[in-house]
Design a binder for this molecule. Structure first.
Ligand code: SF4
Ligand code: MSK
Length: 675
């Protein structure tokens, strides 16, 4: 039996209230369980440490050693001229804008470096340097090749013939990798956007040149004494965020689909109740499917399952946390064990035999929690290690990927016998359907015969579907876990707005049972319920991980192409949301949504409130340039209503508001008849 070791919380005894910390029962039970065992979790730490009141407003600058310079808003706000300045004279607007675009740089770097890693693995696969990775979806490869100017056919003796798929793969791989550092030109994928949007980017001078350059330039411009005009700083922020959404993230999504398969709907389950007491439980956490795909493949091998049985387990149960969960859920139906805020709790079940992490959103405190149990915590990425000695580092390399995966899984299996008696797996889980890629939505809603999103558009035009919302993003321990996610989504679908989800919102919706067709009858307005029932889809469509927000951009583009709803993304009855955001990646995503024409509402707070002029620039002026703008609302119902008001405004501008009134009248008539 593993001995429970206690981590130090003695000096800060204030503990989180489990019920006030999360709407999810499994989370509540495990927070209480951790407290019983004397193990601190993020929820307790949030109760013990308040955020900095100045930093939260975005007006603390530490970009040189004369600072940090802190520019708090005077009590009662600014009356007259804003005279606040740092030692160098930097205004609140400059400081907030520099901080904001540094967040974009951090987020864009994270997504894009993930994309680069996938592109490198893809290149290895194309060069046949590895047996582990193969092209699983040649059709997707053929679909993206033209964007890289790679021919898919060849003329032989006056006849057009299909080109060898390996040759195409090699050329696409080399050209895709070139997008990170090419010396001239612009990102190739920008041309996938609707033409008017591309024109806006041209006119405002924000087309990214290559991915890395835009991120580096942010670090230069925000260095002490360089760019000191918030508008010019934001111009670079826009460039870098577009390099993320229409660059690094989009390439990551596409190449992952080519290598691992484009998602199509499949069924699974979500929440910590997916862990099984009599199985070897392996939790995969982080972001890059390059690793988790190999773990999934290896865990299904008969000899590995036999090995688990030889150690007394009934089998191997995989579960995902964060975006790794989304990646293996959408392609393999591997259950989602939980969202970002549940990572420590998966170990506190006492039944986690190994937690395998790669990059992004991984708590360093996992190591302290794992030390209290038998759990092996395994880091796998060369850029993401932990200082604690208890953490095992097994560096994952595409050239021996399957061997690495086997080593990790055997280590977990061997560890099964070391479990203590303190196993407590909360018995909560929900069914969930995932796998709604742009292609599979087209198949479900549009039909392949038209090859467009025509049926979706038709239902928007006739008013059964009021509009589309992209609801995405993280959890944040400063707000009740999953509450805003679920309230925003429920309010939207109640009002006939179909929801596209990614990231931890997708997992939260899965845990709440919203990713099932049956949820439509319970939670949706009559129009959306009717469409979901007819087509057999959930009202909330799970479109993948954080890099897969690029799927949302392309889905919106497909809606534009299908016709009848304007000529650009900003014309659509569409809004974006991140109700519980926390990461720099969320800011990058939020900004590429805005710069692509999407009205985007964030929950909690934005690090702009201390610089009202800069805040207004984001929330008002941006719309004049790109058709999208930022907004902020912490109250989930008001948040959703603001999105609905925007959707209604767009319906009115499109002249389709009357159609919806008629549909609602029909439903009222029908209800009156039924009554
Ligand atoms: Fe202060 Fe200016 Fe240095 Fe920032 S760059 S810390 S505002 S002196
Ligand atoms: S994992 S970035 S907490 S969505 Fe992509 Fe979740 Fe946010 Fe990480």
């Amino acid at each position: 039996m593993a001995e429970i070791k206690k981590t130090a919380v003695a000096k800060a005894p204030k503990l989180a209230d489990p019920i006030a910390s999360s709407i999810d029962k499994s989370t509540q039970e495990l927070i209480a369980r951790a407290q019983q065992l004397g193990i601190d979790t993020v929820f307790d730490r949030a109760a013990q440490m308040k955020p900095c009141a100045i930093g939260i407003q975005g007006i603390c600058c530490k970009n040189c050693a004369m600072g940090p310079c802190r520019l708090p808003l005077p009590k009662g706000g600014i009356d007259g001229e804003d005279t606040r300045k740092g030692l160098c004279g930097a205004t609140a607007n400059t400081i907030a804008a520099r901080n904001f675009i540094r967040m974009i740089a951090g987020g864009a770097a994270a997504h894009s470096d993930h994309g680069r890693c996938v592109a490198e693995v893809f290149l290895s696969a194309a060069r046949k340097e590895t047996d582990a990775y193969k092209i699983k979806d040649p059709n997707k490869l053929l679909a993206i090749a033209p964007f890289f100017d790679v021919a898919v056919t060849v003329e032989v003796d006056g006849q057009t013939q299909d080109r060898n798929i390996d040759e195409i793969a090699l050329e696409v791989a080399e050209k895709a990798l070139n997008e990170w550092g090419k010396a001239e030109g612009e990102l190739r994928y920008l041309k996938r956007a609707p033409a008017p949007l591309y024109e806006k980017w041209t006119k405002t001078g924000v087309k990214p040149r290559n991915i890395d350059r835009e991120i580096v330039e942010i670090m230069h411009r925000t260095h002490m004494g360089v760019d000191q005009d918030y508008k010019n700083l934001m111009k670079q922020g826009t460039r870098a965020s577009l390099a993320d959404g229409w660059g690094g993230s989009m390439i990551a999504t596409d190449l992952q689909d080519v290598l691992f398969g484009t998602p199509y709907p499949l069924q699974s389950e979500a929440n910590l109740g997916v862990m099984k007491e009599d199985h070897v439980n392996i939790i995969v956490h982080g972001h890059e499917p390059v690793l988790s795909e190999m773990i999934v493949a290896m865990s299904q091998k008969p000899e590995i399952i036999e090995y688990a049985k030889s150690k007394g387990a009934k089998g191997i149960q995989l579960g995902g946390i964060c975006c790794t969960a989304n990646e293996i859920f959408q392609r393999h139906g591997v259950p989602q064990a939980g969202t970002y805020l549940q990572q420590e709790l998966a170990i506190i079940t006492g039944a986690c035999d190994a937690m395998v992490v790669d990059i992004q959103c991984v708590f360093q405190n996992l190591a302290n929690v794992a030390e209290c149990f038998h759990t092996k915590l395994i880091t796998t990425h060369p850029i993401a290690k932990m200082e604690q000695d208890s953490v095992i580092h097994i560096e994952f390399d595409e050239h021996h990927a399957l061997e690495d995966a086997e080593k990790i899984i055997r280590m977990a299996i061997d560890n099964f016998q070391n479990r203590g008696s303190e196993v407590m797996i909360p018995q909560y889980k929900a069914s969930a359907i995932g796998g709604f890629s742009v292609e599979s939505i087209q198949y479900h809603l549009g039909g392949t015969f038209r090859g467009t999103y025509y049926t979706l558009n038709d239902n928007i035009i006739n008013g059964r579907i009021r509009g589309i919302a992209g609801v995405v993003g993280c959890n944040n321990a400063r707000t009740r876990h999953n509450e805003a996610h679920i309230q925003v989504v429920k309010e939207l679908i109640k009002n006939d707005v179909i929801v596209l989800t990614t990231g931890c919102n997708g997992i939260a919706c899965a845990m709440e049972g919203l990713l099932t067709p049956e949820a439509a009858a319970v939670h949706c307005g009559p129009g959306l319920a009717e469409v979901c029932e007819t087509v057999g889809i959930p009202p909330v469509l799970h479109m993948g991980s954080c890099v897969d927000n690029s799927r949302l951009l392309l889905a919106a583009t497909e809606v534009v192409k299908a016709g009848g709803l304007g000529k650009d993304i900003c014309d659509l009855p569409l809004a974006g949301s991140a109700p519980e955001w926390m990461s720099e990646k969320a800011i990058s995503i939020g900004h590429y949504f805005v710069a692509s024409g999407v009205y985007t509402v964030f929950g909690l707070h934005l690090p702009t409130s201390g610089a009202p002029v800069f805040h207004d620039y984001l929330s008002k002026e941006m719309e004049k340039m790109y058709g999208g703008r930022w907004d902020l609302e912490a109250d989930p119902i008001k948040h959703a209503q603001m999105m609905i008001a925007h959707i209604d405004k767009k319906r009115q501008e499109l002249g389709i508001d009357k159609a919806r009134e008629r549909v609602l009248m029909d439903m009222a008539d029908r209800q009156a008849l039924e009554g």
